[in-house]
Design a protein around this ligand. Structure first.
Ligand SMILES: Cc1cc2nc3c(=O)[nH]c(=O)nc-3n(C[C@H](O)[C@H](O)[C@H](O)COP(=O)(O)OP(=O)(O)OC[C@H]3O[C@@H](n4cnc5c(N)ncnc54)[C@H](O)[C@@H]3O)c2cc1C
Length: 424
């Protein structure tokens, strides 16, 4: 297994070279967290802040997976909100209002407390890819204002779009001033360092091969084991962990990003004047933002069949130039991809596989905020406060018990329908 971060803009600008040891021999902990992405690191840190003895076991390196590769967009709420409302009614609405910015709050507090250098900036916008999408954005803003939670939101009418973006491709927007963007790998590494500082024992290059639950759970790696009172399966790990309630639940799907060469200051100001992170309103969406050194990070075009494109640059460049024709000659210095963990209901799956084996996964491309929310909910549950975990466990998920390959083909077919609908 490769223990090096993949070649990306983030790996090239990572600011913490710490390597953690391999797990060897038997150790004991109150909680063993499996997976060193945001789900795992965030949960471990939340538990350590409450005084638990925590071991975190990562197969490769901290931030190796989606958490060290994503678009860095810190977006309000979680995916599947309408499904939560329709299944849980008033309890669901209260839950959503309660957690909408919880991940943001946690991230901001940690960045401040632990002095994590991750280029955190505020301002995020959703742009209408079709004129009719503006009605949906207006309805969303109206709904949030009716709930008394609309203060961070601003509607941007089509004629005022030059305030948001130097592109004619969109038909209005809304901006959320509480959301924003950051360097995800540096956040993840910074949180891991903070967790280690609070006593979390972190192990890299230690793939977990089995987890036994029951009264005394044991997490086994090739060369070691952790005996713990509780285990957290933090994020989508690999198919062998998708048993019981997780069977047929999740289908990893490719998403890709290119990073341009650093842009001149006036060009950067021209394309995204307010330095917002931006996502479009399509189901199969494009998302982009400027990095701290003024590169355009342009991502999108999920590949639901789970097959990587032969050439990521050539796949994304035409779309980037369609949005920003002024960038047709810029060099693309980096190109990379990762897996988005899609669940069919779109609601993140947070719960227990057994009484003391917790899981959290399925953020559907909204994981920066949602992983931190999930980490807090699971840390609450381990500390005895079950209310929010209970609500997530009540969600009726759709499962496709057909195996990963067939499931991805079915998902790709379903998404083709949405892609065609986006184009109409
Ligand atoms: C290209 C891309 C762009 C995205 N853009 C955004 C965005 O802009 N905004 C947003 O909110 N979300 C975005 N997302 C989604 C977000 O990155 C994820 O939802 C989030 O990072 C999931 O974190 P995680 O910790 O659950 O999973 P991961 O970060 O994937 O971590 C799982 C970890 O588990 C480890 N692991 C696997 N198997 C084992 C094992 N057997 N033993 C031990 N460890 C194991 C892996 O090595 C990995 O480090 C994007 C995702 C991708 C791929």
């Amino acid at each position: 297994m490769s223990a090096t971060h993949i070649n990306s803009y983030y790996a090239a600008t990572a600011n913490d070279p710490t390597r953690y040891p391999k797990l060897e021999g038997t150790i004991k902990a109150d909680v063993c967290v499996v997976g060193g992405g945001f789900s795992g690191v965030s949960t471990a840190l939340s538990l350590a802040e409450r005084g638990y003895a925590v071991a975190l076991v990562e197969a490769r390196r901290i931030g190796w997976g989606a958490s060290g590769r994503n678009g860095g967009q810190m977006i309000a709420g979680i995916s599947g909100e309408h499904r939560i409302e329709s299944q849980l009614g008033a309890d669901g609405r209260r839950l959503l209002a309660d957690i909408r910015y919880l991940g943001h709050d946690i991230i901001e507090r940690r960045v401040e407390t632990h002095q994590i250098r991750c280029d955190l900036k505020h301002g995020w916008g959703e742009v209408a890819a079709r004129p009719r999408h503006m009605d949906l954005l207006r309805a969303y803003v109206d709904e949030r204002r009716a709930e008394g939670d609309g203060d961070p939101l601003e509607l941007v009418e089509p004629e005022a779009m030059e305030q948001v973006i130097g592109s004619n491709a969109y038909h209005g927007a809304y901006v959320d001033r509480r959301s924003g963007h950051l360097h995800p790998l540096n956040l993840c590494l910074g949180e891991a360092r903070a967790a280690a500082g609070l006593g979390v024992r972190i192990f890299e290059e230690s793939p977990v091969v089995s987890v036994t639950g029951g009264a005394s759970p044991v997490v086994v790696t090739e060369e070691g084991r952790v005996e713990a009172s509780s285990v957290v399966l933090a994020g989508y790990l690999d198919p062998s962990f998708q048993t019981g309630r997780l069977n047929g639940l999740l289908f990893p799907t490719g998403s890709y990003i290119v990073a341009s060469e650093p842009l001149a200051e006036d060009m950067a100001r021209e394309i995204i004047p307010g330095d917002l992170a931006i996502a479009d309103s399509n189901v199969v969406l494009d998302y982009f933002r400027l990095s701290a050194d003024r590169r355009l990070l342009f991502g999108g075009r999920c590949n639901y069949s789970n097959r990587d494109p032969a050439d990521i640059r050539e796949t994304l460049r035409p779309r980037m130039v369609e949005v920003f024709p002024q960038l047709k000659d810029v060099a693309l210095d980096f190109a990379w991809g990762g897996k988005i963990d899609i669940v069919l209901t779109r609601v993140p799956a947070i719960g227990r596989r057994e009484p003391n084996v917790y899981y959290m996964q399925g953020y559907c491309g909204h994981g920066v905020n949602a992983t931190h929310i999930a980490g807090e909910i699971v840390a609450d549950a381990i500390s005895g406060t079950m209310e929010r975990l209970d609500l997530f466990e009540k969600i009726r998920h759709i499962r496709l018990p057909v195996g990963q390959f067939l499931g991805n083909q079915m998902l790709a077919l379903g998404m083709l329908y949405y892609r065609l609908r986006d184009l109409l």
